[in-house]
Design a protein around this ligand. Structure first.
Ligand SMILES: Nc1ncnc2c1ncn2[C@@H]1O[C@H](COP(=O)(O)OP(=O)(O)O)[C@@H](O)[C@H]1O
Ligand SMILES: [Mg+2]
Length: 293
């Protein structure tokens, strides 16, 4: 068995945690910088190359892909998929998870609960859209954001016009979503590995913010959740094509709503909050997948 962790940050907590989990189990492991792959397509042959490193004996990969590198990395994952190498995420799942509205569509088509969301007409007024979502405040999101950076709580028409104008001038896709006020800045990060929930944390936003992201100053604590919510998270990860996923869920007055499904969820917050060896769980899931017998 030989695992490659695809990561640009050798010393990042998540990368190190996965590395140690492999070493602890005496599994051969390497960290490969996914921006250094070369892909060659030549008559009847295709080659994936990584510096002077041989990829031939790899049995598994753990892609930890940063947002700016999503597309190129999905090509690399396609190569590995063609070779039937075990991966924690599929190429399709990576692309889908980085496309927020499309993910919500997919989840909704599979009857999973999501907040009401509207992708508006490209031009024209958004007043009717805000009304359909229950009026202000309303949540405005850029389609490809992360770490809470492209998520805005819009309180009036002026704020809406200002932010929409910014998105439109940058040709950035965006959509509107009902604001789940009763979640009070809390959300759940449900960590799914191989069809099971392995760890859950509740994140609470910092004072003055409605975003629970740890990158926005949110704090995390371990929490246990009902089987019903666990099942929603497990189903969401599966539909998204992700064997390892961080499912973000808000609790509304009508029940759980999935906000998004992350394909490279950070391990630091969840391992520290829950004291669960999530990296170890990921490797434990991979081992039987990689064995040939
Ligand atoms: N519709 C909503 N109602 C209430 N809070 C929300 C809503 N959407 C997002 N949030 C808050 O903002 C945070 C970031 O939103 P999310 O869609 O997960 O974007 P990102 O990918 O940037 O993390 C969530 O974790 C949650 O705390
Ligand atoms: Mg999120």
């Amino acid at each position: 068995m030989k695992i490659a962790i695809l990561s640009k940050g050798r010393y990042l907590y998540s990368t190190q945690s996965l590395l140690k989990a492999c070493q602890k189990r005496q599994i051969e492991v390497d960290i490969l910088d996914y921006s250094r792959f070369r892909m060659c397509l030549q008559s009847g042959n295709n080659l994936l190359e990584y510096l002077n490193f041989s990829l031939d004996d790899l049995t598994g990969i753990i892609p930890r892909i940063g947002h700016p590198q999503t597309q190129i990395s999905s090509y690399i994952l396609d190569f590995f998929e063609q070779k039937n190498i075990v991966s924690t995420i599929s190429s399709y799942g990576l692309l889908l998870s980085r496309d927020k509205f499309r993910s919500l569509m997919k989840l909704q088509f599979h009857h999973l609960p999501i907040p009401n969301s509207i992708f508006p007409e490209q031009y024209g007024s958004l007043i009717g859209v805000v009304e359909e979502l229950g009026g202000y405040p309303v949540v405005l999101k850029t389609n490809g954001g992360t770490h809470g950076e492209g998520v805005f709580l819009i309180k009036n028409k002026r704020e809406l016009q200002r932010q929409v104008q910014i998105f439109r001038s940058r040709n950035e896709l965006f959509f509107l979503q009902e604001y789940i006020a009763e979640s009070k800045g809390r959300d759940l990060r449900v960590f799914v590995v191989g069809g099971e929930v392995v760890a859950v944390m509740e994140r609470k936003s910092a004072q003055g913010s409605f975003k629970a992201n740890l990158h926005q100053g949110g704090t995390a604590t371990a929490i246990s959740i009902q089987t019903e919510i666990q099942e929603i998270a497990i189903k969401a990860a599966k539909i998204m094509g992700l064997s390892v996923a961080g499912v973000d869920i808000l609790i509304s007055k009508t029940g759980a709503k999935i906000l998004e499904v992350n394909a490279s969820p950070g391990l630091e917050g969840i391992e520290k909050a829950t004291q669960i060896d999530v990296a170890g769980q990921i490797i434990e899931w991979m081992i039987p997948q990689m064995s040939t017998d």
